[in-house]
Design a binder for this molecule. Structure first.
Ligand code: 13P
Length: 340
């Protein structure tokens, strides 16, 4: 394993206050988002959507890496440029989602396990040869009555660690994503406890599998109250709880933490990231950044609606969210940015 190279890639992905753009929705997820705004659910519309995103002028000022989906890396821009080359030429490191989605966890009703380890090593070798710099795997942890179970946390973090080890062996930076879902009426304290447990277990599993912490990026959830919890803490309280949880669990050797947005409203995700970087400036061992999908793309998707004449307006909305999140990386975001 070439830890220096992995570390260099991980740092380049988040350099200069940049973050990651997750444009790696699986076909069913992408189709669901298209259906909600009346866009036809075809490979050509998915390709056109990704072209709109990746050709946004100036995007690489705020985006250091783009997470693609397997369908996309075999597609081309209208002018014939393959997506991997388009991202690289634009100054963004291309990466790829490599998990195969979730299945029910046996004997554990209501819980999920992420699939995709079978044959992964060969896929990773191919992806590295194609010029990709990193890969992503998402595990899903659900909070509910009596869950998550130890079985669910152990199985999912073990799979994440095996995936991460295979990535590092192939020379790809693993973006390690254990997502504690926001759905439910649980409290922020409950989310804190579950997230702490998941991250402690995860880093133990990564250690057991000899994964170099210098060569990963952690993609966690923020510590937030459940979407239907009656008590919704302030931006500052969420920032403090999230940083406290990460300081307890994430080794200082990890170069970067890039949050998922998880369905938070786009502006709230920016405000919370901003508060963390603002309140803990100079006190954190890792970069605190973003790896949002919905919180960057959703406004642009709603403007685009599958129509060529809307491309420019949608790109402006996308760039705006990317720039807001870059500002949030150094505590410079403010609600006033949204009014410009
Ligand atoms: P969201 O930011 O929409 O949660 O997506 C992040 C992601 O990549 C999920 O795997």
């Amino acid at each position: 394993m070439n830890t220096d190279k992995l570390q260099k890639t991980a740092k380049a992905m988040l350099v200069a206050d940049k973050g990651l753009l997750a444009m790696d929705e699986s076909n069913p997820t992408c189709n669901k988002r298209f259906a909600a705004v009346g866009i036809p659910q075809t490979a050509e519309f998915r390709r056109a959507y990704r072209e709109m995103i990746i050709t946004t002028p100036g995007l690489s000022k705020s985006i250091g890496g783009v997470i693609l989906y397997d369908e996309t890396i075999h597609q081309k821009l209208t002018d014939g440029t393959p997506f991997i080359k388009a991202a690289t030429d634009a100054g963004m490191i291309p990466g790829i989602k490599v998990d195969a989605g979730t299945s029910p966890l046996a004997l554990h009703p209501g819980e999920k396990i992420t699939e995709g380890l079978d044959g992964l090593r060969d896929r990773l070798d191919q992806y590295a040869k194609m010029g990709l710099g990193f890969a992503k795997w998402r595990a899903v942890i659900i909070i509910g009555d009596g869950i998550p179970s130890k079985a669910c946390i152990d199985a999912n973090t073990h799979a994440l660690a095996r995936y991460a080890a295979e990535c590092q062996e192939a020379g790809l930076v693993p973006v390690v994503e254990p997502e504690v879902l926001m759905d439910g009426k649980h409290s922020m304290q409950n989310c804190f406890e579950v997230t702490e447990n998941v991250l402690r277990t995860l880093f133990e599993q990564l250690y057991i599998q000899d994964v170099a912490p210098e060569g990963i990026i952690l993609k966690p959830n923020m510590v937030v109250p459940g979407l239907s919890c009656p008590i919704q803490e302030s931006v500052e309280e969420v920032a403090d709880a999230t940083v406290k949880c990460l300081l307890r669990t994430v080794p200082a050797a990890v170069p970067g933490v890039a949050f998922l947005s998880g369905g938070q409203p786009a502006e709230l995700a920016s405000a919370r990231l901003n508060a963390m970087n603002n309140r803990f400036e100079g006190q954190l061992p890792w970069a605190l950044s973003f790896s949002f999908a919905r919180a960057i793309q959703q406004p642009a998707l709603e403007l685009w609606r599958g129509k060529q004449e809307n491309v420019s307006e949608a790109q402006q909305a996308l760039l705006h969210r990317a720039n807001c999140n870059r500002a949030a990386r150094n505590g410079q975001y403010s609600a006033a940015m949204e009014k410009k």
